[in-house]
Design a protein around this ligand. Sequence first.
Ligand code: WT7
Length: 656
Amino acid sequence: MSEGENTLYPVPARLHDASQCPEPYVKSVEQYKEMHRESIENPEKFFGKLANELLTWSKPFTTVKHGGLEHGDAAWFLDGQLNASYNCVDRHAFADPNRVAIIYEADEPNQSENITYGALLRDVSQLAGVLRARGIKKGDTVAIYMPMIPEAVIAFLACARIGALHSVIFAGFSAEALRDRVQDAGCRLVLTADQGKRGGKTIETKRIVDEALKACPSVETVIVCQRTGADVPMTPGRDYWWNEETSKRMTYLTPEPMSSEDPLFLLYTSGSTGQPKGVLHTTAGYLLGAAATVKYVFDYHPNDIFACMADVGWITGHSYIVYGPLALGATTVLFESIPTYPTPARYWELIAKHKVTQFYTAPTAIRALRRLGDEWVEGHDLSSLRVLGTVGEPINPEAWHWYNDKVGKGRCAIVDTYWQTETGSHIVTPLPGAIPTKPGSATVPFFGIDLAILDPVTGKELVGNDVTGVLAVKKAWPSMARTVYGNHQRYLETYLKPYHGFYFTGDGASRDGDGYIWIRGRVDDVINVSGHRLSTAEIESALIMHHSVAETAVIGAPDDVTGQCIHAFVCLKPGISQHSTDLTKELILQVRKVIGPFAAPKKIYLVEDLPKTRSGKLMRRILRKIIAGEADSLGDISTLADPSVVEVLIAKVAKA
Ligand code: WT7
């Protein structure tokens, strides 16, 4: 990834022109600084006020903030009660049932559909009724494995309505990955669809669920939504059709009052070990973080059309397709397809067709579209746009400029939003009307985020500007994850213990001379492919399950389009020929089968040996250097058990 540039780009004048744009909520750097200072010095006042402004409570909270990072017991808005589904549906349906909640932009462009808040209230109530009738109670966990159709959003909200936790598993995960996640959470019910549609291709969703459930004894019920109407096998006594079940239920179901700290959902994410973690978010703090960032980071105003291109299976979809926009009563776009289907103009057609005001996507998509040529973006009416967001990885200046010039026509704010599954909502980001931007920098901390850059070795905070270290947060904030499901120890060890008293992000970062934050990427064994987070250990353990594999080392290599891509070094068991042509293909298939297609290695090197120290520790650093073509700066390799492996590996990589 190329270094960013240090030019400051001012807020486009159009954002402050009342004849063209609504007045931004935060209008200047000074106002941002003042609000940020208050949010840190007096979080009780700042977040107490915001929580009453943005959320509706069935019982008011008494204590804004309790506990913190020291003991891993942060809690917000204690004694308060609210329901996330009420906040995202009912109150807007009561105000205006005809307001559009969801614009469903289906895989085929001519099949889009609008769902009003009134209809959403009915659909959510009916599905919640189905869950209840099937014995799901407050505190149970429901798995959602669904394509990007309105029923997926309805599924989230139906769970929240009765106080069941949802665990959404991205529909690109394989049967095995789905099985592991369903088992870990002990899910009692699975919400799914017959098939999925994406980029003109059909995905056998129900078949994957059937495969996964062969080993999930906790699952009693499967509710199957008909996306294509295909004839899929149904297991009697376990599987039921969505429409048949919902049609039997009342069109209104009273939402369950939930305490602020009651869990809202689990979302599995990869860490530095092979075992994915069920990150747990609670009701009030999470919802407030999602709503507050839609308001301030996207400068959302009534009647805006909000379009986040992520999948609901990732945290970006949770916070910026579902909870954030709906909590504010916005119209949210649900995009089922891919940016290049049927042509690379799809995004721009979507923006023009629905008059999108906020558009949010990943740098990898921007890079891919930029490569396909400007002609696809030219000639579409993109004048409705005000804020363009990116997420998932740093944006390189070339992509930033293309986004700014070709899509934003220099009249839109660009917000490079840095955050994580665990943070729940943005933690470092510009605000459209206030913060001048620098291409490649996520700029400044959001409200409530007391940011710190630490010396990675001593853990000491590096104060002042022009420093580089690891990125951490000094105080608890409302939308931070509260625990890892079933393993609070792991939560403490991953996030809170590495640097006592701080939340550790796992990312390296710099603060430049102007106080701007630059994210440098993960400092642990996490790889970021197209904004998807994968652990090297997870891919290694998938490969090792193959009968021919003795040992393997997976690393992230730089990639022009996907940011990073996966390279795997594989040592075969004795007697297995390296020259079997199908083996590489088989190994790729193996990863697709165990994790999912998005985790497939781009390159596999079949090798005799890996670089290890005499004590047997794998030297990934050496593999990274070889891949990066920096074999001339390997440093000291004399600690290797067998330094000659290096030459062999260099030759192998050069040939591949
Ligand atoms: C990791 C979190 C949060 C939504 C998507 C990914 C990287 C995320 C940025 C950004 C640089 C970024 C970090 C982070 N990341 N956004 N704007 N600039 N890096 O969520 O799967 O939890 O991954 O994505 O490395 O730790 P996730």
